[in-house]
Ligand binder design. Sequence first.
Ligand code: SF4
Length: 357
Amino acid sequence: MSQATVHLPVPRIPRSRGARLQNNPVDGHKRVLLAAPRGYCAGVDRAVVAVEKALERYGAPVYVRKQIVHNIHVVTELEQKGAIFVEEVDEVPEGAHVVFSAHGVSPAVVNAASDRGLHAIDATCPLVTKVHREAVRFARDDYEILLIGHDGHEEVEGTAGEAPDHVTIVNSPEEADTVQVKDPSKVVWLSQTTLSVDETMETVNRLRTRFPELHNPPSDDICYATQNRQVAIKKVAKDADLVIVVGSSNSSNSVRLVEVALEYGAKAAYRVDYAEEVKQEWLDGVATVGVTSGASVPEVLVREVLEALSAAGYEDVEEVRTAEEDLMFSLPKELRQDISGQRDTRALGGRTGSAAS
Ligand code: SF4
Protein backbone atom coordinates (compact mmCIF):
# COMPACT_ATOMS: atom_id res chain seq x y z
CA MET A 1 0.00 0.00 0.00
CA SER A 2 1.55 3.32 -0.99
CA GLN A 3 1.89 6.19 1.45
CA ALA A 4 -0.38 9.15 0.78
CA THR A 5 0.96 12.68 0.92
CA VAL A 6 0.18 14.40 4.22
CA HIS A 7 -1.03 17.98 4.02
CA LEU A 8 -2.04 19.73 7.20
CA PRO A 9 -3.46 23.22 7.36
CA VAL A 10 -1.66 23.93 10.63
CA PRO A 11 2.14 24.18 10.55
CA ARG A 12 3.88 21.53 12.66
CA ILE A 13 5.82 23.46 15.27
CA PRO A 14 7.88 21.09 17.39
CA ARG A 15 7.39 21.61 21.12
CA SER A 16 10.23 23.50 22.69
CA ARG A 17 10.37 23.62 26.45
CA GLY A 18 10.55 27.32 27.25
CA ALA A 19 12.11 28.84 30.30
CA ARG A 20 10.24 28.28 33.56
CA LEU A 21 7.98 31.22 34.41
CA GLN A 22 9.27 33.53 37.16
CA ASN A 23 7.38 34.04 40.41
CA ASN A 24 7.37 37.87 40.36
CA PRO A 25 5.50 39.86 43.01
CA VAL A 26 2.14 41.47 42.15
CA ASP A 27 -0.43 43.51 44.07
CA GLY A 28 -3.04 41.10 45.45
CA HIS A 29 -3.35 37.36 45.93
CA LYS A 30 -2.26 35.23 42.98
CA ARG A 31 -4.93 32.77 41.90
CA VAL A 32 -6.34 30.85 38.95
CA LEU A 33 -10.04 30.72 38.05
CA LEU A 34 -10.47 27.50 36.10
CA ALA A 35 -13.55 27.52 33.87
CA ALA A 36 -15.79 24.46 33.70
CA PRO A 37 -17.04 23.01 31.47
CA ARG A 38 -13.92 23.17 29.31
CA GLY A 39 -12.08 20.78 27.01
CA TYR A 40 -13.34 17.69 25.25
CA CYS A 41 -16.95 17.60 24.08
CA ALA A 42 -18.88 14.45 23.25
CA GLY A 43 -18.38 14.85 19.49
CA VAL A 44 -14.62 15.25 19.75
CA ASP A 45 -14.28 12.34 22.14
CA ARG A 46 -16.28 10.11 19.79
CA ALA A 47 -14.20 11.13 16.75
CA VAL A 48 -10.85 10.53 18.48
CA VAL A 49 -12.00 7.17 19.85
CA ALA A 50 -13.26 6.26 16.37
CA VAL A 51 -9.75 6.65 14.92
CA GLU A 52 -8.22 4.71 17.81
CA LYS A 53 -10.77 1.91 17.41
CA ALA A 54 -10.27 1.82 13.65
CA LEU A 55 -6.50 1.45 14.19
CA GLU A 56 -7.09 -1.37 16.70
CA ARG A 57 -9.61 -3.10 14.48
CA TYR A 58 -8.02 -2.73 11.03
CA GLY A 59 -4.37 -2.00 11.85
CA ALA A 60 -2.24 0.91 10.65
CA PRO A 61 -2.41 2.84 8.53
CA VAL A 62 -5.90 4.25 8.82
CA TYR A 63 -6.43 7.37 6.75
CA VAL A 64 -8.25 10.42 8.07
CA ARG A 65 -9.65 13.11 5.79
CA LYS A 66 -8.66 16.49 7.31
CA GLN A 67 -7.68 16.86 10.95
CA ILE A 68 -10.00 14.56 12.90
CA VAL A 69 -10.51 17.45 15.34
CA HIS A 70 -8.81 20.83 15.30
CA ASN A 71 -6.05 20.18 17.82
CA ILE A 72 -2.43 19.74 16.88
CA HIS A 73 -1.59 17.61 19.93
CA VAL A 74 -4.41 15.14 19.24
CA VAL A 75 -3.46 14.89 15.57
CA THR A 76 0.21 14.33 16.39
CA GLU A 77 -0.62 11.58 18.89
CA LEU A 78 -2.87 9.78 16.40
CA GLU A 79 -0.17 10.02 13.74
CA GLN A 80 2.21 8.32 16.13
CA LYS A 81 -0.32 5.50 16.49
CA GLY A 82 -0.53 5.04 12.72
CA ALA A 83 -3.14 7.48 11.39
CA ILE A 84 -2.33 9.27 8.15
CA PHE A 85 -4.03 12.62 7.66
CA VAL A 86 -4.89 13.68 4.12
CA GLU A 87 -6.69 16.64 2.63
CA GLU A 88 -8.85 14.76 0.14
CA VAL A 89 -9.97 11.20 -0.43
CA ASP A 90 -8.14 10.97 -3.75
CA GLU A 91 -4.92 10.80 -1.68
CA VAL A 92 -6.12 7.59 -0.01
CA PRO A 93 -5.11 4.28 -1.63
CA GLU A 94 -8.03 2.44 -3.20
CA GLY A 95 -9.73 0.02 -0.83
CA ALA A 96 -8.23 1.55 2.34
CA HIS A 97 -10.10 2.68 5.46
CA VAL A 98 -10.76 6.40 5.75
CA VAL A 99 -12.31 8.29 8.65
CA PHE A 100 -14.29 11.46 7.99
CA SER A 101 -13.56 14.12 10.61
CA ALA A 102 -15.90 15.43 13.33
CA HIS A 103 -16.58 18.52 11.20
CA GLY A 104 -18.51 16.56 8.60
CA VAL A 105 -18.32 16.12 4.84
CA SER A 106 -20.50 17.02 1.89
CA PRO A 107 -22.26 14.32 -0.17
CA ALA A 108 -19.67 14.95 -2.91
CA VAL A 109 -16.92 13.69 -0.58
CA VAL A 110 -18.95 10.63 0.43
CA ASN A 111 -19.49 9.83 -3.25
CA ALA A 112 -15.81 10.35 -4.10
CA ALA A 113 -14.82 7.91 -1.34
CA SER A 114 -17.35 5.38 -2.58
CA ASP A 115 -16.19 5.72 -6.19
CA ARG A 116 -12.67 4.96 -4.96
CA GLY A 117 -13.80 1.83 -3.15
CA LEU A 118 -12.79 3.21 0.24
CA HIS A 119 -14.15 1.84 3.50
CA ALA A 120 -15.45 5.05 5.03
CA ILE A 121 -16.03 5.55 8.76
CA ASP A 122 -18.08 8.66 9.36
CA ALA A 123 -17.00 10.41 12.58
CA THR A 124 -19.07 13.52 11.85
CA CYS A 125 -20.41 14.84 15.16
CA PRO A 126 -24.13 14.01 15.41
CA LEU A 127 -24.79 17.68 16.19
CA VAL A 128 -23.22 18.64 12.86
CA THR A 129 -25.24 15.93 11.12
CA LYS A 130 -28.35 17.52 12.63
CA VAL A 131 -27.53 20.80 10.82
CA HIS A 132 -26.91 18.86 7.57
CA ARG A 133 -30.40 17.35 7.88
CA GLU A 134 -31.92 20.78 8.45
CA ALA A 135 -30.20 22.05 5.30
CA VAL A 136 -31.53 19.12 3.27
CA ARG A 137 -35.06 19.58 4.58
CA PHE A 138 -35.22 23.35 4.04
CA ALA A 139 -33.73 22.97 0.54
CA ARG A 140 -36.35 20.32 -0.28
CA ASP A 141 -39.02 22.82 0.79
CA ASP A 142 -37.36 25.34 -1.52
CA TYR A 143 -36.10 27.73 1.16
CA GLU A 144 -33.10 29.91 0.60
CA ILE A 145 -30.68 29.08 3.43
CA LEU A 146 -28.49 31.78 4.97
CA LEU A 147 -25.74 29.76 6.62
CA ILE A 148 -23.99 31.84 9.29
CA GLY A 149 -20.42 30.61 9.54
CA HIS A 150 -16.89 31.00 8.35
CA ASP A 151 -16.41 30.53 4.65
CA GLY A 152 -13.72 27.89 4.08
CA HIS A 153 -14.23 26.12 7.45
CA GLU A 154 -14.66 22.38 6.88
CA GLU A 155 -17.97 22.25 8.72
CA VAL A 156 -19.42 25.05 6.62
CA GLU A 157 -18.18 23.40 3.41
CA GLY A 158 -19.86 20.14 4.45
CA THR A 159 -23.19 21.72 5.39
CA ALA A 160 -23.27 23.96 2.31
CA GLY A 161 -22.47 20.93 0.18
CA GLU A 162 -25.78 19.31 1.19
CA ALA A 163 -27.68 21.96 -0.77
CA PRO A 164 -25.25 24.06 -2.77
CA ASP A 165 -27.98 25.70 -4.88
CA HIS A 166 -29.86 26.87 -1.80
CA VAL A 167 -27.10 28.00 0.57
CA THR A 168 -25.51 31.43 0.88
CA ILE A 169 -22.79 31.82 3.52
CA VAL A 170 -22.98 34.82 5.84
CA ASN A 171 -19.57 35.35 7.43
CA SER A 172 -20.27 38.21 9.82
CA PRO A 173 -22.87 40.68 11.10
CA GLU A 174 -21.65 43.13 8.45
CA GLU A 175 -22.41 40.66 5.68
CA ALA A 176 -25.97 40.42 6.99
CA ASP A 177 -26.42 44.01 5.82
CA THR A 178 -25.52 43.23 2.22
CA VAL A 179 -26.47 39.60 1.48
CA GLN A 180 -29.04 39.30 -1.30
CA VAL A 181 -31.91 36.79 -1.44
CA LYS A 182 -34.34 35.97 -4.23
CA ASP A 183 -37.53 35.70 -2.17
CA PRO A 184 -37.46 37.39 1.28
CA SER A 185 -40.63 35.46 2.27
CA LYS A 186 -38.86 32.11 2.03
CA VAL A 187 -35.56 32.44 3.88
CA VAL A 188 -34.19 30.47 6.85
CA TRP A 189 -30.97 30.88 8.81
CA LEU A 190 -28.79 28.03 10.01
CA SER A 191 -25.33 28.24 11.58
CA GLN A 192 -21.99 26.60 12.16
CA THR A 193 -21.97 24.82 15.54
CA THR A 194 -18.93 26.58 17.02
CA LEU A 195 -19.67 30.30 16.70
CA SER A 196 -19.96 33.06 19.29
CA VAL A 197 -23.57 32.95 20.51
CA ASP A 198 -23.72 36.74 20.91
CA GLU A 199 -22.24 37.53 17.50
CA THR A 200 -24.53 35.01 15.80
CA MET A 201 -27.57 36.61 17.44
CA GLU A 202 -26.38 40.00 16.22
CA THR A 203 -26.13 38.59 12.69
CA VAL A 204 -29.62 37.11 12.96
CA ASN A 205 -31.07 40.38 14.24
CA ARG A 206 -29.52 42.30 11.38
CA LEU A 207 -30.84 39.71 8.90
CA ARG A 208 -34.33 39.95 10.41
CA THR A 209 -34.33 43.72 10.07
CA ARG A 210 -33.95 43.23 6.34
CA PHE A 211 -36.01 40.02 6.04
CA PRO A 212 -38.79 40.12 8.69
CA GLU A 213 -40.12 36.72 7.62
CA LEU A 214 -36.78 35.02 8.28
CA HIS A 215 -37.37 31.50 9.66
CA ASN A 216 -35.45 30.16 12.65
CA PRO A 217 -33.87 26.70 12.71
CA PRO A 218 -35.96 24.15 14.62
CA SER A 219 -33.40 24.11 17.47
CA ASP A 220 -30.05 25.72 18.34
CA ASP A 221 -27.35 24.99 15.79
CA ILE A 222 -24.59 26.33 18.05
CA CYS A 223 -23.94 23.20 20.06
CA TYR A 224 -24.23 22.65 23.81
CA ALA A 225 -20.43 22.40 24.23
CA THR A 226 -19.71 25.70 22.47
CA GLN A 227 -22.43 27.45 24.47
CA ASN A 228 -21.38 25.97 27.82
CA ARG A 229 -17.72 26.91 27.36
CA GLN A 230 -18.69 30.47 26.45
CA VAL A 231 -20.99 30.82 29.48
CA ALA A 232 -18.22 29.58 31.79
CA ILE A 233 -15.55 31.90 30.42
CA LYS A 234 -17.93 34.86 30.61
CA LYS A 235 -18.23 34.26 34.36
CA VAL A 236 -14.46 33.91 34.78
CA ALA A 237 -13.53 36.83 32.51
CA LYS A 238 -15.17 39.54 34.56
CA ASP A 239 -12.74 38.82 37.44
CA ALA A 240 -9.65 37.99 35.38
CA ASP A 241 -6.65 40.17 34.67
CA LEU A 242 -5.59 37.62 32.07
CA VAL A 243 -7.37 34.70 30.38
CA ILE A 244 -5.44 31.83 28.82
CA VAL A 245 -7.36 29.65 26.36
CA VAL A 246 -5.76 26.32 25.50
CA GLY A 247 -6.56 25.38 21.89
CA SER A 248 -5.23 25.39 18.36
CA SER A 249 -5.35 28.35 15.99
CA ASN A 250 -7.71 26.57 13.57
CA SER A 251 -10.14 25.61 16.35
CA SER A 252 -13.12 27.89 15.84
CA ASN A 253 -14.57 27.42 19.31
CA SER A 254 -11.15 28.06 20.96
CA VAL A 255 -10.63 31.30 19.03
CA ARG A 256 -14.17 32.38 19.98
CA LEU A 257 -13.33 31.83 23.67
CA VAL A 258 -10.53 34.41 23.43
CA GLU A 259 -12.93 36.91 21.84
CA VAL A 260 -15.68 36.23 24.39
CA ALA A 261 -13.23 36.60 27.31
CA LEU A 262 -12.13 40.03 26.07
CA GLU A 263 -15.70 41.08 25.42
CA TYR A 264 -16.78 40.10 28.95
CA GLY A 265 -14.12 41.93 30.91
CA ALA A 266 -10.79 40.09 30.80
CA LYS A 267 -8.03 42.69 30.65
CA ALA A 268 -6.08 40.45 28.27
CA ALA A 269 -6.67 37.04 26.67
CA TYR A 270 -4.40 34.74 24.69
CA ARG A 271 -4.66 31.32 23.04
CA VAL A 272 -1.87 28.77 23.39
CA ASP A 273 -1.40 25.23 22.11
CA TYR A 274 1.06 24.38 24.85
CA ALA A 275 2.10 25.64 28.30
CA GLU A 276 5.50 26.76 27.06
CA GLU A 277 3.83 29.41 24.90
CA VAL A 278 2.70 31.33 28.00
CA LYS A 279 4.89 34.45 28.06
CA GLN A 280 6.38 35.93 31.22
CA GLU A 281 5.26 39.45 30.26
CA TRP A 282 1.61 38.33 30.10
CA LEU A 283 1.80 37.85 33.88
CA ASP A 284 3.17 41.33 34.69
CA GLY A 285 0.94 42.79 37.42
CA VAL A 286 -1.57 39.93 37.03
CA ALA A 287 -3.22 38.63 40.20
CA THR A 288 -6.07 36.56 38.70
CA VAL A 289 -5.58 34.29 35.69
CA GLY A 290 -8.60 32.67 34.03
CA VAL A 291 -7.94 29.35 32.27
CA THR A 292 -10.13 27.41 29.88
CA SER A 293 -9.79 25.15 26.84
CA GLY A 294 -11.60 24.54 23.57
CA ALA A 295 -13.77 21.53 22.86
CA SER A 296 -10.99 19.63 21.08
CA VAL A 297 -8.38 19.98 23.83
CA PRO A 298 -7.34 17.06 26.07
CA GLU A 299 -7.21 17.92 29.75
CA VAL A 300 -3.51 17.03 30.00
CA LEU A 301 -2.66 20.25 28.12
CA VAL A 302 -4.64 22.32 30.64
CA ARG A 303 -2.83 20.60 33.49
CA GLU A 304 0.51 21.57 31.96
CA VAL A 305 -0.60 25.22 31.85
CA LEU A 306 -1.68 25.00 35.50
CA GLU A 307 1.73 23.54 36.42
CA ALA A 308 3.51 26.38 34.61
CA LEU A 309 1.34 28.93 36.41
CA SER A 310 1.94 27.22 39.73
CA ALA A 311 5.68 27.72 39.24
CA ALA A 312 4.93 31.42 38.81
CA GLY A 313 3.10 31.54 42.14
CA TYR A 314 -0.46 30.88 40.92
CA GLU A 315 -0.96 27.83 43.11
CA ASP A 316 -4.46 28.66 44.32
CA VAL A 317 -6.83 27.14 41.72
CA GLU A 318 -10.57 27.68 42.04
CA GLU A 319 -12.94 25.95 39.60
CA VAL A 320 -15.81 28.09 38.31
CA ARG A 321 -18.45 25.66 37.06
CA THR A 322 -21.55 26.86 35.23
CA ALA A 323 -22.91 23.55 33.88
CA GLU A 324 -22.59 19.80 34.21
CA GLU A 325 -22.08 17.74 31.05
CA ASP A 326 -22.74 14.04 30.67
CA LEU A 327 -23.62 13.71 27.00
CA MET A 328 -22.05 10.77 25.17
CA PHE A 329 -22.46 9.63 21.59
CA SER A 330 -22.22 6.07 20.35
CA LEU A 331 -19.43 5.25 17.94
CA PRO A 332 -19.93 5.57 14.16
CA LYS A 333 -22.14 2.75 12.94
CA GLU A 334 -19.38 1.25 10.79
CA LEU A 335 -17.34 0.59 13.96
CA ARG A 336 -20.30 -0.44 16.12
CA GLN A 337 -21.02 -3.19 13.65
CA ASP A 338 -17.43 -4.38 13.74
CA ILE A 339 -16.83 -4.28 17.48
CA SER A 340 -20.30 -5.10 18.78
CA GLY A 341 -20.27 -7.26 21.86
CA GLN A 342 -17.24 -5.57 23.42
CA ARG A 343 -17.87 -3.99 26.81
CA ASP A 344 -15.63 -0.96 26.61
CA THR A 345 -16.89 2.45 27.73
CA ARG A 346 -14.67 4.16 25.19
CA ALA A 347 -16.45 2.16 22.53
CA LEU A 348 -19.51 4.17 23.54
CA GLY A 349 -17.66 7.43 23.06
CA GLY A 350 -17.28 7.72 26.84
CA ARG A 351 -14.61 9.95 28.30
CA THR A 352 -11.49 8.75 29.96
CA GLY A 353 -10.29 10.35 33.17
CA SER A 354 -7.58 12.32 31.42
CA ALA A 355 -9.92 13.72 28.82
CA ALA A 356 -12.87 14.70 30.94
CA SER A 357 -13.61 18.34 31.50
S1 SF4 B 1 -17.95 21.31 19.38
FE1 SF4 B 1 -20.13 20.70 19.34
S2 SF4 B 1 -20.57 20.24 17.20
FE2 SF4 B 1 -18.33 20.26 17.43
S3 SF4 B 1 -17.78 18.14 17.84
FE3 SF4 B 1 -18.11 19.11 19.83
S4 SF4 B 1 -20.26 18.69 20.35
FE4 SF4 B 1 -20.01 18.33 18.16
